[in-house]
Write a protein that binds this ligand. Structure first.
Ligand SMILES: Cc1ncc(COP(=O)(O)O)c(C=O)c1O
Length: 553
């Protein structure tokens, strides 16, 4: 006889755990497994008296009639609403040694299988916790977030680093020019540094010293942002819709936390990798397929055919990541393009995560800097901005996220809730604010002098991009981006793959860029040059490419 239990709290339903699943969950430690399975030999009556609630006999149960695994009624609830939180589990889960499902009840879908196992494991944990296992076994249950195992090892930049290191070791006399990682090279501007110093000095004086500040940022910075970044563009936002943070990377990664785990995410391909990886970490995806796509994410390929602009997805997502000006393709979105997305989001009750980390590079006056320049966007979009590329804060760390009061999301009953208070709760619980001198330095970019200086640095980078575009075009390359963005997106010649082109450039021209395929399958055959380089290096790199030219390709 097997172990039959009917723990209250799981609606008096039947549970069956076989040795295989016990081993799978607890590991194959014979002591652990045999202790748990000791219950298997307990007859139902004994088990009932031992665990203190009614039990049912599996063999008499109308659903499970043989030794196979049945997951009854799960299909009724699939997809979506089922909570894996054990306390909310409402359904029977029977797990068999063979792990086969009764196909008659529609369990042929692999996603349901994976899902059922997840549910079974949770039931098991509750069961073990409450009724069966002594503390020492429960301790064994400390578990990792298995979603992390699905992540593809941070492949792109470590792999670039490895190849560059190997090359440098073998060729110590060669001067390598790095135009790969999108990090700035120009220092903080004088006005910013002056404010930074003043902030530090204030911290040295008991009369002006500051301890913890407001988690969402000092008023002086949030008010400056509202005035200069938004009011000046005709967007009415108040300072309390702005949350200052230490980076857009963290914010674009953390934002999913306040939305339900069963939301479907849409991302572009190629894409800034943080959106996909944090979606995987949050458990919204299946494994990574051979083509580099994760099950469960809606991908929106961006290629030459669509001008590197994502098309509206054929499958409705709940949350949509958009990034303009785009990393890595350097594409920008016109008002018409953004309006299409805002309208789609309004009709479909989606939320757009709009990453505008590179808005300061927009030179074309017709291109919107903020998604809120589009009517209706405040009810469907969260915007992320950063001082990193705008003002050289990559090492100083300051950014902000905008969540308008109008933005609503829904609970399971379909009731609307304001999103802003949820983010406020998260931000104030998990974050203690950006340091005062850094916020003071950031605010300095909104002064007259500060704005001029920052603009000059941006123009310097954009001039780099122009030099690259002209040179690459004259060498016969097809080039995109780089006009309203600091990234130049180049099509490799002669059908070289992105990595083949990377190796060619590294070995023959000693120039490092970023292989487009590292940003997603649709980036294959492309290459990203960053304009965040010293002018001399840009000129040298282009000369080297010219020499390499048609001789090698
Ligand atoms: C599209 C995009 N968003 C966000 C970030 C990160 O910005 P931060 O330095 O504020 O974390 C980057 C950095 O490269 C980026 O390319």
């Amino acid at each position: 006889m097997r172990c039959y239990n009917s723990p209250q709290g799981i609606n008096g339903k039947l549970m069956l755990f076989r040795k295989s699943i016990v081993e799978k969950i607890l590991g194959k430690n014979p002591e652990t497994v045999s202790t748990f399975l000791g219950l298997r030999s307990v007859r139902i009556k004994d088990a009932q008296s031992k665990i203190g609630f009614p039990c049912r006999n599996f063999e008499q149960d109308s659903i499970g009639t043989d030794a196979d695994m049945d997951v009854a009624q799960l299909d009724d609830t699939f997809p979506g609403k089922f909570k894996v939180d054990c306390r909310a589990v409402k359904y029977n889960v029977f797990v068999s040694k063979s792990m086969r499902f009764n196909k008659k009840i529609h369990l042929h879908n692999r996603r349901i299988v994976g899902f059922a196992v997840k549910v079974a494991k949770n039931l098991f944990r509750i069961f073990a916790n409450r009724y069966c296992l002594p503390q020492k076994f429960i301790k064994i249950m400390a578990r990792i977030n298995e979603n992390y195992l699905k992540l593809q090892a941070g492949y792109l930049f470590p792999e670039i680093g490895r190849r560059v290191r190997e090359f440098a070791k073998a060729n110590p006399d060669k001067e390598i020019i790095r135009m790969g990682i999108g990090d700035v090279t120009q220092p903080l501007t004088p006005t910013v540094i002056k404010a930074f110093h003043e902030g530090v000095d204030e911290m040295a004086d008991a009369n002006t010293f500051k301890g913890y500040g407001p988690e969402q940022g000092y008023d002086f910075l949030r008010e400056a942002i509202a005035k200069h970044d938004y009011h000046a563009r005709g967007v009415q936002l108040s300072a309390d819709e702005i949350f200052v943070s230490d980076g857009s990377k963290c914010d674009t990664g953390n934002i999913q936390e306040i939305f339900g785990g069963d939301n479907k995410i849409a991302i572009c391909d190629p894409v800034y990798p943080v959106y996909a990886d944090t979606t995987v970490m949050s458990g919204k995806t299946g494994p990574c397929r051979k083509n580099g796509y994760f099950d469960g994410i809606v991908y929106m390929p961006c290629n030459e055919g669509n001008g590197f602009l994502p098309e509206l997805p054929s499958e409705r997502p709940d949350l949509i990541f958009l990034c303009f000006p785009n990393n890595p393709t350097g594409t920008v979105a016109s008002k018409e393009v953004l309006k299409k997305w805002v309208d789609y989001a309004i009709i479909n009750k989606c939320i757009i995560f709009y990453d505008a980390a590179y808005e300061a590079f927009i030179t074309d006056s017709a291109i919107p800097h903020s998604i809120y320049e589009i009517e209706g966007a405040k009810s469907v979009a969260i915007e992320f901005r950063s001082f990193s590329k705008t003002a050289g804060f990559t090492g100083t760390r300051c950014a902000f996220t905008v969540i308008p009061d109008e933005l609503m999301a829904y609970d399971e009953a379909g009731q609307p809730h304001q999103v802003k208070p949820l983010w406020m709760r998260r931000h104030t619980t998990k974050f203690n604010g950006v340091s005062y001198p850094v916020q003071k330095a950031a605010a300095a970019i909104y002064s007259e002098e500060g704005a001029k200086e920052v603009k000059a640095v941006i123009e310097y980078y954009l001039e780099n991009a122009r030099i690259m575009i002209d040179s690459l075009k004259s060498q016969g390359y097809t080039v995109f981006g780089g006009i309203n963005a600091p990234y130049v997106w180049v099509k490799t010649k002669n059908g070289l793959t992105s990595w083949e082109f990377f190796d060619l450039l590294l070995n023959e021209a000693n120039v490092v860029g970023t292989p487009g395929s590292g940003f997603g399958p649709s980036g294959e055959g492309y290459f990203r040059f960053s304009a965040f380089a010293e002018r001399d290096n840009v000129l040298k790199a282009m000369e080297r490419l010219k020499k390499l030219g048609n001789v090698k390709m």
